[in-house]
Design a protein around this ligand. Sequence first.
Ligand SMILES: [Zn+2]
Length: 244
Amino acid sequence: MSRAWQEDAAAASRAGRDRRSADRIIVEQVRQAVLAQRLPPGTRLPETTLGEVFGVSRSVVRKALTRLAAEHVVSQRPNQVARVRAPSVAETRDTFAARRLVEGEVVALLAGRLDAEALNTLEARVSHEAEAYAASDETARIEHSLAIHHLLAERSPNRVLGTMLTDLILRTSIVIALYKHPRVASCYLPDDHPALLAHLRNGEAEAARQGIHGHLHALEERLELGSRDASPDLMSIFARHAAV
Ligand SMILES: [Zn+2]
């Protein structure tokens, strides 16, 4: 096996130097696979299979699954195999509603208060995002898009709201990845991020809040909240990814 992350996980586990690093690798890989839509909602994640895939013991896998459950990526029930979470329609709507409230308040607080460095970083991300979209590089586009929202969370003057926003960004990202309409190539809304940046720069708090509300409404409306078949082969999913 020549998969770098797999060797990292196995080595970290063997050395016992830091079991957390083996957990962390599994958490990151599973989270990324869900975000990249390689693990559909409902996918079974048996401890033994994950242990084989990552070359670690079941106890390490169990810790990773506990962490993923805390992040709302997987669901765990007593005496049942863990699965990729399949949030209900109601939960999905509630998550978007919560993010609208929290992120709307964060951008209203940030309007006119971001320093030149933060504004420049946002501006660069916005243009890189547009370039990635033009190049049909969806992975890069999502990365830039997420970086924009995470920067807002990090800079939130209200740290409680900032932490809540970081959590809600992950939860909505997972929902978008799980329920994006298969015929919609991208959730990209080309005018939204540039408009938000202008409102932040100009100190237009209410416009920034309304912009975020509209942005998140539009993303939510693009989702197809139905069920999908979920029995992919874990070994091939992670092996294919690792070979890229
Ligand atoms: Zn956005």
